[in-house]
Every structure is written in C-alpha cells, then in structure tokens.
Design a protein. Structure first.
Length: 233
C-alpha cells in the first residue's frame, strides 16, 4: 500500500519512522548553507585580492568557466559524493595556504594562485551539489527538499556577501572561516551515502533500505574476496 511504502508519511512522522532520511536532510542543509556562504562570500571577496578590480573579476569569471569544464570528469569517474568531497577539500586547502606569506613562484603570487583555485573549487562544489542532492533525495519529497536546501543556501549567500567587510578588515580571520566551513563539509560527507550505481529512491523508506543494501553489498564483496584469497581445503 501507499502507506507501507512511505509515500504519505509527512511531518513529524518522518522524524520517527525515517531517521536516516532526516539525518541526510540536515547534512544537506549544512552543505547548501556553506556552499552558498563560500561561493558568494569568496566571489565578492575575490575582487579585493588585487588593486585591479577588473582584472581580479575577470580571473574569477574565467576560473568558474574552467571549473565547470574540469568538474565533469570527477563526477563521471568518482561519483557525486567523492567529487563533492574532493572539491570541498581543495577549497579548504586553498584557503589555508592563502593565510601564509609564501614567496612568489615564477612571478605569480602563491596567494593569488590559491585564491583562483579556491574559487574554482567552490564553484565546482556548488554545481556538483545539485546533482548529488537530486540523486540522494526521494522523488516524493525532492521538490520540498530542494526548496529547504535553497532557502539555506540563500541565507548563506546573504551572510557570505557581507563577509567582504571582514575580509578587508581582517583577512586571516575571513580565510579561517572559509577554511573551517568547507573543511566541515568535507568531513560531513564521509557519513553520507554514495549514489553512483544505486537507483534513485522514490519514497523515504527506500532511503533506509538503500544504506542497508549498500552495506550488504560491501559485505558480500568482502566475503567473496576472502573466499578467493583463502587456500582451498
């Protein structure tokens, strides 16, 4: 029946019957908030890296185009989850490196190069998170979940746009905030499921079954490897 599949389960009942679904939703809210904060915050702060505002903005726009093209290969090979983790890790590492005064390399400032890489990584994470959210959420609740996540992203974008004031007054503190938030997203994705090769769920109960089925598949593959490695009696 429809009730047994969970299609009509809404409101507070979801909190009781589908804790994994709720846990993934809460993590998605955090991811969308951070990606909105980092994307808009660092994009606005990117123009403050140089006295040539037009040149900095051009570099930032070119970096977004390049990041969109380069993100295709990781998404196809690694999958959505690991690609998001890779991009968040690259962004956090770039922000950390920018905090230290490294000497120029080949006429280029290391801070400017890391700023460009960080901007590209955040842009790629922004684009990848759309696909990951789509594949992660059940069909019956996907529209509402996207609305919730976009609301969180909008709040993050408002606060991120204000971070340029902090960036111009205390650059190291602003970079530390960006690095900690993107690093937090990298860690949170470890407890999120993979979606590559797994059917998209239609109802919330399939979210519970998906994680259990994935663990069983991993256990089955491990048992098969142990049987092949063990000597025959």
């Amino acid at each position: 029946s429809t009730q047994s599949t969970g299609a009509e389960i809404t409101g507070i009942n979801i909190l009781k019957l589908h804790p994994k679904f709720v846990r993934e939703l809460l993590i998605l809210i955090v991811l969308w908030f951070v990606v909105g904060f980092s994307y808009y915050g660092f994009s606005y702060s990117f123009s403050a890296l140089s006295s040539h505002i037009a040149l900095s903005t051009t570099y930032g726009a070119a970096g977004e185009i390049v990041s969109s093209l380069l993100s295709v290969a990781p998404l196809l090979i690694l999958g959505r989850k690991w690609s998001c983790q890779l991009f968040f890790l690259a962004a956090s590492s770039s922000f950390v490196v920018m905090m230290f005064p490294f000497p120029p390399i080949g006429g280029f400032k290391v801070q400017d190069l890391c700023a460009l890489l960080g901007n590209m990584a955040v842009s790629a994470a922004f684009a990848s998170l759309y696909l990951y959210t789509f594949e992660l959420t059940p069909t019956t609740h996907r529209g509402r979940i996207f609305n919730i996540c976009q609301f969180a992203c909008r709040i993050g974008s408002f606060l991120g746009a204000k971070s340029i004031t902090l960036y111009t007054s205390n650059r190291h503190v602003a970079l530390l905030v960006f690095a900690v938030l993107t690093g937090l997203c990298f860690l949170l994705l470890f407890i999120m499921p993979r979606t590559k090769g797994i059917p998209t769920p239609d109802v919330p109960i399939e979210v519970e079954r998906r994680s259990t089925k994935y663990r069983m598949q991993r256990k089955g593959r491990k048992d098969q490897e142990e049987e092949v490695a063990s000597p025959s009696g």
